[in-house]
Design a protein around this ligand. Structure first.
Ligand SMILES: Nc1nc2c(c(=O)[nH]1)N[C@H]1C(S)=C(S)[C@@H](COP(=O)(O)OP(=O)(O)OC[C@H]3O[C@@H](n4cnc5c(=O)[nH]c(N)nc54)[C@H](O)[C@@H]3O)O[C@H]1N2
Ligand SMILES: Nc1nc2c(c(=O)[nH]1)N[C@H]1C(S)=C(S)[C@@H](COP(=O)(O)OP(=O)(O)OC[C@H]3O[C@@H](n4cnc5c(=O)[nH]c(N)nc54)[C@H](O)[C@@H]3O)O[C@H]1N2
Ligand SMILES: [Mo]
Length: 777
């Protein structure tokens, strides 16, 4: 069992009793903690953990506890805004805004053809929203330009799973984390980015000594501090490290030959590619001492159970998909998959990015259908009652390709839902220029940095103000009930999408409206039929059942009425030509294979082992830019801070960006703590105070990416590069070259950047802390 006990974390601010507690799920991060929203006088006044939810047994992280402040922030948008002739955004009615949106969509289709409207959505909305985006996009607008911030986040999860196993969906679950002897966190700073899951791991470790914890990260993070073994590799060398480990595992005879023969294809080619990767060579390339590598390889070669998680240190690194495929290879050659305590757990980041991949709001078709398989498209056409030839086929386009299409004048409308790309896209100067050249709709509860490029702004309802489901990182579908009405003038994403579909008058073959459902639950009921018989079968789910059981893991159907804790227990993989979600891609170039080429692999229910070639990061430090730059997260903030900066507690904990630098590098450059540094890359610069220490390795600086104000010049993505992984098309946020200089200014002594976790008055100890006087009540 996961947790020994319940512990109900809460953060409520009200005089007296609350009126009611409404069933919900935390909308921060992919762990997916069960919670209740506190309602008083029609407003959300707090939150508490759900003691019965198996994921968290009542616990919440600091951001989870603080997410509700944003709901009552006085600067919520209350009406649509339109950019008028004076170049400014002005309030408008919903009718005006929707009429303009529909007009622009029609114009774009008429003037530029089918693939000229792009919807760029999120990993923070609901499965019902994504399914609706898929239906509107594919069957209504007939565009294959559906993408989301999930491209920046978990595209690699999907593509590494397609490569190795034939379909999306992480094999292992959090239950396996509870059971495993060895847990490897690969490029995953769980202590700061999945706080409740980290607590779950650490609580068990304190009690039982298990699991043995291996952390792979170029920084000595809080997570690495808790590890039994920290592999502090050079940035961008994940594949080299994994190749070295795999070669050692193979050479030491630690493989499961029976499993390899019965359940995999491709062993010979995979093994041949590992030949150069002796531990000595691997040590030279990765900077990890040979002895440490041997220790890791021996542990990974002997452990009888293993869960490996991956996150942005893998996905946003050079060779992203290849590194994750190497991890799949490791699990396969040791037969450590489909058994308790075993399997890769390629993570998601956002609370429901997995649902967007599952429901088809991005890239691939709904319910893991293969858009290169005519039979799958026929089936979609039958289910949606549309003409098969109207559905766009072919490979998906990632956001970086969509930006390129904007630069070429091919996009007539870019509809941005629930994401803030002017802070989160790499190389944002280029991205801004592309967006400025296009008609842009921004759907968000707040005016964000992205509003500067918006032609229409649509005010959206937030968490707690709408109903729907989300899918977390381990395939759990969770329900969120509506706690309160959205503020006057604000609509939910689903309402906006349904209104758009109605105004566009999309019809099916029989002349009926393409979309006939009116509520989230009706939408879910339709979606269930779309999922029938597919890997993500949800035909056994109802909203009621989700609430009763506190979430269920897909597939949930007649065979598995209470869901499926781990995939591939029978060691059959969805690689059959007629089932597979993808004919796979060439592991080196990313070229999509044809059906014939896929058949030639001969997988037919077996997993595929791919050769994993190491390619160093595209951009390397040189004389002008002698240091590595990496970017990532702090425990206190959520992405572009539209929610967390509105919590007084979190804002105080980390009010501005900073530059983490090794103390020896700082000493060499004459840098004192608090000195304001200018960090320059080939694409731009930022200025922020220095925090020298031992977290980063020498030659590396780290800047959190949460800070995006156009005025303050502290934005990591002014510096990052827009190179993408050839398979997943995910940008390489984790490696760029930079130069660090002193500006001669300093913020002086005192806390720099971010308080340590557990700081008094900030985290759980802040329960019932009074709000500062200027906070809304
Ligand atoms: N506090 C907080 N939590 C969050 C979020 C948030 O904004 N704030 N966002 C959520 C989302 S959407 C996501 S995607 C996740 C992300 O969660 P994580 O992936 O855990 O977070 P990051 O800080 O982006 O990156 C993780 C680590 O990758 C390391 N890294 C950099 N380069 C390399 C490399 O070459 N190899 C390896 N092995 N590691 C490398 C970095 O040093 C960093 O510690 O967090 C989720 N949880
Ligand atoms: N340099 C660097 N850049 C990165 C990363 C990194 O590690 N380094 N990580 C990348 C990753 S993994 C991610 S996930 C992205 C995240 O990047 P973004 O998605 O751009 O960041 P968020 O701040 O989460 O943006 C969500 C937006 O949706 C709005 N919103 C909240 N709730 C709702 C809702 O219910 N409906 C609607 N319509 N809007 C809502 C919020 O106000 C906010 O503006 O950043 C990526 N960019
Ligand atoms: Mo993410």
């Amino acid at each position: 069992m996961a947790w020994q006990d319940e512990r109900v974390d809460s953060n409520v601010y009200t005089q007296g009793e609350v009126d009611r507690w409404v069933y919900s799920t935390c909308n921060i991060c992919s762990v997916g903690c069960g919670c209740y929203a506190a309602v008083k006088d029609g407003r959300i006044v707090g939150i508490k953990g759900n003691a019965k939810h198996p994921t968290n047994r009542g616990r919440l992280g600091p951001k989870g506890e603080n997410q509700w402040y944003a709901n009552s922030s006085p600067d919520r948008l209350r009406s649509p805004l339109l950019r008028r002739a004076d170049g400014e955004l002005h309030p408008a009615t919903w009718d005006e805004a929707m009429t303009l949106l529909v007009d622009r969509a029609k114009r774009s289709l008429a003037e530029r053809g089918r693939n000229s409207v792009a919807i760029y959505s999120t990993g923070q909305a609901f499965l019902e929203d994504y399914y609706t985006i898929a239906k509107i996009g594919r069957a209504g607008l007939q565009t294959h330009l559906l993408d989301a911030n999930t491209r920046l986040c978990t595209a690699t999860t999907e593509f590494c799973l397609l490569q190795s196993f034939g379909a999306d969906g992480s094999p292992a679950s959090f239950d396996d984390v509870d059971e495993t002897d060895t847990l490897m966190l690969f490029g995953h700073n769980l202590a700061e980015t999945g706080t409740v899951l980290f607590e779950r791991v650490i609580e068990r470790k304190r009690r039982t000594g298990k699991p043995y914890l291996i952390v792979v990260d170029p920084r000595r993070t809080l997570t690495a501090e808790a590890a039994d073994l920290h592999l502090q590799l050079y940035p961008g060398t994940n594949v080299a490290l994994l190749n070295g480990i795999l070669r050692h595992v193979l050479a030491s005879g630690a493989t499961d030959q029976r499993f390899i023969e019965a359940h995999t294809v491709g062993y010979e080619k995979m093994a041949a590619a590992l030949e150069p990767w002796t531990l000595e060579h691997t040590s030279r390339v990765t900077g990890v001492p040979e002895e440490t590598l041997r220790q890791a390889a021996e542990r990974l070669g002997t452990t009888t159970s293993l869960v490996t998680t991956t996150l942005q240190g893998t996905y946003q690194s050079a060779d992203a998909t290849t590194a994750c495929v190497a991890i799949n290879n490791l699990h396969l050659v040791r037969g450590l998959i489909g058994k308790p305590g075993c399997g890769p757990l390629h993570m998601a980041g956002q609370p429901s990015s997995s649902a967007n991949r599952t429901a088809g709001g991005v890239g691939t078709y709904p319910a893991q259908r293969n858009s290169n398989n005519p039979k799958h498209l026929q089936e979609m056409a039958r289910l949606w009652k549309v003409d098969e030839h109207s559905l766009p086929a072919g490979p998906e386009k990632g956001i970086e390709e969509i930006l390129e299409m904007m630069e070429q004048g091919k996009i007539g409308l870019f509809w941005n839902i629930g994401t803030n790309p002017m802070v989160s896209l790499p190389n944002r100067a280029r991205a801004r220029k592309a967006l400025e050249s296009t008609f842009v709709v921004v759907q968000d509860p707040f005016l964000t940095e992205t509003s500067v490029v918006a032609d229409i702004v649509l005010p959206a309802a937030l968490w707690g103000e709408k109903e729907g489901t989300m899918e977390n990182a381990d395939r759990t579908i969770n329900l969120l009930r509506k706690a309160v009405e959205p503020p006057e003038g604000v609509r939910s994403d689903l309402e906006i999408l349904l209104d758009f579909a109605a105004r566009m008058d999309f019809r099916d073959k029989e002349g009926h409206p393409l979309i006939s459902y009116r509520t989230p639950e009706e939408c879910f009921e339709e979606w269930k039929e779309i999922s029938r018989g597919r890997p993500c079968d949800m035909t056994g789910i109802t909203y009621e059942k989700l609430e009763k059981h506190n979430g269920l893991r897909w597939p949930v159907n007649d065979k598995a009425p209470l869901g499926t804790p781990r995939l591939y227990a029978d060691h059959t993989f969805p690689t059959f030509a007629e089932v597979t979600q993808s004919y796979t891609k060439d592991q080196l170039t990313g070229r999509a294979l044809t059906q014939k080429e896929h058949e030639a692999i001969g997988a037919e229910g077996r997993a595929i082992l791919h050769p994993t070639r190491y390619l160093p990061p595209v951009e390397q430090p040189d004389e002008r830019y002698p240091m590595w730059l990496t970017t990532g997260r702090l425990i206190w903030h959520w992405h572009t801070r539209t929610k967390t900066a509105r919590s007084p507690h979190l804002q105080v904990a980390a009010p501005h960006a900073y530059v983490e630098i090794h103390e020896d590098d700082a000493a060499e450059l004459g840098i004192q703590p608090g000195d304001i540094l200018r960090v320059t890359s080939p694409r731009g610069w930022l200025e922020a105070p220095a925090r020298p220490g031992k977290v980063v390795q020498r030659g590396l600086v780290f800047v959190p990416f949460h800070y995006g104000s156009w005025e303050r010049h502290e934005t990591a993505n002014d510096l990052t590069a827009d190179f993408t992984d050839p398979l997943s098309k995910q940008p390489t946020f984790k490696q760029a070259a930079c130069r660090v200089e002193k500006t001669g200014r300093s913020i002086g002594k005192g806390p720099i950047g971010s308080l340590p976790p557990g700081a008094a008055g900030v985290v759980s100890s802040a329960h019932n802390a009074p709000l500062p006087p200027d906070m809304p009540r």
